[in-house]
Design a protein around this ligand. Structure first.
Ligand code: KIV
Length: 268
């Protein structure tokens, strides 16, 4: 049975943390589904699948189409869909209209949006209309225009206090969980202790209630720059490279297709 956001909330302070990854396609969702608790249809899709420089060019239609695919592939996991840049920041009304569309069209379990205390009213509005919301603090990729903006957060006492305030106000607003991205370990651990909803770390702390990575990063499918917080569990780009080189060679030498790959007329 598909995990709901209520199941995800039970992961607060558990010995076994929440296992989360991103997914953008049905087939990847099917594979991850056997091992994960939560799949995020993240707007990192813009950079990973569409070759964009940042996540700002991602549209609601893209999120909805990929969201539908992931929901089709996921049998057990809770599926959360990112609200893309420009679709929720203007007003709680704008956020509600667009989040409702994402929920209705995809059948996902909830949405995620980036931002601190400034978005408490927006989250309150979505939650009061039955839309579960995962918040996202620390490094906010939608606020960053190029790679130079990807900076670790929470380095000063002021930053730490602000992040703590943000987390508490998002919890009060009704967020179901909080993603903490690229934030000093001790600050992420402090936030985790301070709120009663699960925190999901990405470059945050082992003390978080769960962990998430971009699937292509941990599989080794992305480019040369690998952030420090990513552990690569495979080197799939290298496997693809080898396979494609072998295929090209076999086509050129007429080794492929071989007898096993051809349809033959049965002798009558
Ligand atoms: O868009 C995304 O993939 C995300 C993760 C990095 C948490 O927000």
């Amino acid at each position: 049975m598909m995990k709901t956001i209520e199941d995800i909330k039970q992961y607060k302070n558990q010995s076994a943390p929440l296992v989360c990854l991103t997914a953008y396609t049905a087939r990847i969702a099917q594979i991850l589904d056997r091992h994960c608790d939560l799949l995020l249809v993240g707007d990192t899709m813009g950079m990973i699948l569409y070759g964009m420089d940042n996540t700002r060019g991602v549209t609601l239609d893209m999120m909805i189409n990929h969201g539908k695919a992931v929901v089709r592939g996921a049998q057990n996991t809770c599926v959360i869909i990112d609200m893309p840049f420009g679709t929720y920041e203007h007003s709680p009304d704008q956020a509600l209209k667009n989040a409702q569309m994402v929920m209705d069209e995809t059948g996902a379990n909830g949405v995620k949006l980036e931002g601190g205390a400034d978005f408490a009213a927006t989250i309150e509005r979505l939650v009061s209309h039955g839309i579960p919301v995962v918040a996202h603090i620390g490094l906010l990729p939608q606020s960053v225009e190029d790679a130079s903006g990807f900076k670790v957060q929470g380095k000063t006492d002021n930053d730490q206090q602000q992040l703590l305030k943000d987390a508490k106000s998002l919890e009060e607003a009704g967020a179901s969980a909080i993603v903490i991205e690229a934030t000093i370990d001790s600050v992420s651990a402090l936030i985790t202790r301070a709120v009663s909803i699960p925190t999901i770390g990405i470059g945050a702390s082992a003390a978080c209630d769960g962990q998430i990575l971009v699937t292509e990063d941990m599989l080794g499918i992305t480019g040369d720059h690998v952030p420090k917080f990513v552990k690569q569990y495979a080197h799939v780009s290298e496997d693809i490279e080898k396979a494609v080189a072998l295929y090209a060679d076999e086509v050129r030498t007429r080794t492929f297709p071989g007898e096993a790959n051809l349809y033959k007329k049965k002798a009558s």
